[in-house]
Design a protein. Structure first.
Length: 262
């Protein structure tokens, strides 16, 4: 049994608030929040601080069966999280999510099928397959879109399950594929010219663009099975030091989707 310290509903979506005196969730609480957010249109924010004086010191966010790291922040930071959720619930990104749900289960694409039916044949067609590359592309898609979203929530520029922006897409074609005719033709497939919006509806094309993006990196790919190394590689070369993602988030996303790391 448990109680809820606060809950609000907007347009059929729910935000639950849990106050805690310390950043210690029991296994039962963690599993409950992961399952509530995985199987219903709900988000949970766990706030650590003094509920009587409304003075939080850190917070954690649960969504779609996933959980963030603990963030340091006071009342204003927590309020901003609530505002972001309200904007989403009121419509920012809701159409995008509805379209995604129409073609995927509630939890997103099945990761094993996505790996074997999209990533593997695409990489083999490009003659760029390795188990390490296959695993890195799967982890990147899990982290970037949860294998769920086809466009960045809130109207941002990222597209497809690998959430690549148009500027990155166009730069790859201009400064890398432009001089590699055979590879470029294999990436294009039956089409005659590249178009960034194709990454939204063509999973194989989006997969190819992600693999070519990593192909430009100077460091070799981490070994297959080295999920921590792949997380660090993603952060350095894909999310970049300027991005908001973290290695810890990547690892958490992998565990929540695939189970414990090998």
């Amino acid at each position: 049994m448990g109680d809820v310290d606060g809950i609000v509903e907007i347009s059929g979506r729910f935000l639950m608030l849990e106050w805690k005196p310390t950043a210690n969730l029991s296994t039962g609480q963690r599993l409950m929040y992961e399952r509530i957010t995985r199987f219903s249109p709900a988000n949970v924010v766990v706030v650590v601080g003094d509920a009587a004086t409304m003075q939080p010191v850190q917070y954690q966010h649960f969504w779609e069966g996933r959980r963030s790291e603990w963030f340091q922040g006071g009342l204003e930071a927590v309020k901003e999280q609530f505002k972001k959720w309200a904007r989403f619930a009121l419509g920012d990104g809701s159409l995008i999510r509805r379209r995604a749900v129409e073609i995927t289960p509630m939890n997103g694409l099945n990761p094993q099928q996505f790996r074997s039916l999209i990533i593997r044949p695409t990489l083999r067609r490009l003659d760029l397959w390795s188990e390490a590359a296959e695993e890195l592309l799967l982890g990147t898609a899990i982290q970037e879109s949860a294998l769920h979203y086809l466009q960045q929530i809130g109207g941002g520029p990222a597209m497809g399950v690998w959430q690549m922006e148009r500027t990155t897409h166009d730069d790859i074609w201009t400064n890398f594929l432009n001089g590699r005719v055979k590879l470029g033709l294999n990436v294009l497939g039956p089409y005659t010219k590249p178009e960034a919006t194709r990454m939204v509806w063509d999973l194989a094309y989006a997969c190819a663009m992600c693999r070519v993006h990593y192909l430009r990196c100077s460091d070799p790919l981490p070994a297959a099975g080295d999920i921590a190394g792949q997380a660090a590689y993603w952060k350095r070369w894909y999310n970049t030091p300027l991005g908001q993602g973290t290695v810890e988030q990547y690892l958490s996303s992998w565990r929540n989707t695939m189970g414990e790391m090998p």
